[in-house]
Design a protein around this ligand. Structure first.
Ligand SMILES: [Cu+2]
Length: 242
């Protein structure tokens, strides 16, 4: 009796094993995120040829947005980023964060500041404050946040809120490298405060013999953009809270 049933049983077992093997192969294991992208950013003057003087490639942000949503959406880090006010400047001047991140704004000056932004989706106003426990803001919308001080017109910072965790700053010579990227199509973008964003659709991995990505951005704007205060008025000529 058992000898009759055994060929069927072993067939069933083989089928079950095959199904299990397929299930493992297509299971929830994270896709390999080991791709790399190298390139170089060049900042050129308005003539499109000569090097832009006084514009710093290391102040750019390079980021990659995969076309397909990841199986597990990347989370913003639990700990807050910091954007300090010191010597009447913001430090760092450029801060890239994943969407949902908290940013603290500690005042390390002996004077008062009033950090604010009117950028759509991420507007905020921290009010006038001294040193002490830092005020903070959570950035919920992807996009560029222009951060100013309502007291000091010359204070400017940018928070670039990204829908990706794949970002980096170029080196001083413009060379950049993103690692740990997922395979497949996506969009590479280079952002710099003085230029229009540059982007390129590509699919990873690139061909073995592909040259490094060359991003050429034309510097169109001055470093200190004209801007109004938080109520939409011009700044007064004297700093009231020196
Ligand atoms: Cu200020």
């Amino acid at each position: 009796m058992t000898t009759l049933a055994s060929p069927l049983a072993s067939l069933a077992l083989a089928a079950a094993l095959a199904a299990a093997a397929v299930a493992v192969a297509a299971g929830p294991a994270a896709p390999l995120a080991s791709e790399e992208l190298r390139g170089r950013l060049e900042l050129v003057a308005k003539d499109g040829k000569s090097k832009a003087r006084g514009s710093d490639p290391s102040q750019a942000v390079v980021y990659f947005e995969p076309a397909a949503a990841p199986a597990h959406a990347p989370k913003a880090p639990e700990s807050a980023f910091r954007l300090v006010t010191r010597n009447k400047e913001f430090s760092p001047h450029i801060l890239a964060v994943p969407v949902g991140s908290r940013v603290q704004f500690p005042n390390q000056d002996p004077i008062l500041h009033n950090v604010f932004s009117v950028s759509p989706g991420n507007a905020f106003d921290l009010g006038i404050y001294r040193s002490g426990p830092p005020k903070e803001k959570r950035f919920e919308q992807p996009g560029l946040v222009r951060v100013y001080c309502n007291v000091h017109q010359s204070m400017v910072a940018y928070v670039l809120v990204l829908d990706t965790t794949h970002y980096a700053a170029p080196a001083g010579d413009g060379a950049f490298r993103l690692t740990g990227l997922p395979k497949g199509p996506g969009k590479l973008t280079v952002w710099h405060e003085q230029a229009d964003p540059w982007s390129l659709e590509l699919s990873l991995p690139l061909a073995e013999d592909a040259p490094p990505v060359a991003a050429r951005l034309v510097v169109l704007r001055p470093k200190l953009p004209a801007h109004l205060n938080k109520t939409g008025d011009a700044y007064s000529h004297s700093d009231a809270y020196r």
